[in-house]
Write a protein that binds this ligand. Structure first.
Ligand code: HQG
Length: 184
């Protein structure tokens, strides 16, 4: 049983295409775990999948992507489905980080961060996490420093994802600087 393959499949089902698996998702993104397992049993590689297999994959992962609580499972972040997943507003730390590609910088510094194909902008708790997020787009990513507490105090909502991921609807450019510039 390949955990990476399983994680990607469950990410796809819970973040992007619950209807393909006939999942009934509530406003916070929760799905009955039995319903997900029944749906995955129809897929070739996952005919004997159990809840224990999913829990083991979640526990073994370097990133906290999913949780199972009281017979339900949800993804913490990453959604792109049309129904916007309800997140609770929460005061962010003083600064957050965002790793991105050099080619996006001009647009970001002009327009701010926007969610693109996802529901929320994803921000990182620390520079190392931002660096690995940015690496997915560019071998030499740019790290942005977000003045998150100031933005929050100015009325910009933030939402808790997991202990390393924070979410926002948008982040205006006045709260964003390039870490490389701030180190000069
Ligand atoms: C960029 C992964 C131009 C933004 C990661 C990013 C994360 C703009 C890209 C999570 C822009 C979207 C999300 C603007 C934003 N102009 N580009 N105005 N505003 N962008 O993949 O944050 O492994 O949708 O900088 O680790 O890279 O899947 O978002 O580069 O936590 O669990 O548009 O997904 O987690 O890219 O990553 P993405 P992301 P998992």
């Amino acid at each position: 049983m390949n955990d990476v393959h399983l994680s990607k499949l469950i990410s796809y089902a819970l973040r992007h295409a619950p209807w393909e698996f006939e999942l009934e998702m509530d406003a916070e993104g929760w799905v009955p775990v039995e319903q997900l397992i029944d749906a995955l049993h129809k897929e070739n590689d996952w005919k004997s999948l159990t809840q224990e297999d999913i829990q083991r994959m979640i526990d073994a992962s370097d990133k906290k992507r999913f949780e199972i609580v009281g017979g339900r499972i949800r993804a913490f972040y990453g959604h792109s489905i049309p129904m916007k997943i309800l997140k609770i507003k929460s005061e962010p730390p003083e600064v957050l980080y965002h790793g991105t590609a050099r080619r996006f910088m001009e647009s970001i510094m002009e327009n701010g961060l926007s969610p693109q194909s996802r529901q929320y902008v994803h921000l990182s708790q620390d520079i190392e996490t931002a660096h690995s997020v940015g690496k997915r787009h560019d071998g030499k990513p740019c790290i942005l420093v977000i003045d998150s507490l100031k933005a929050w105090n100015d009325g910009i909502p933030f939402y808790y994802g997991n202990e390393k991921v924070w979410l926002a609807d948008t982040v205006p450019p006045i709260y964003i600087k390039n870490l490389a510039d701030s180190r000069l």
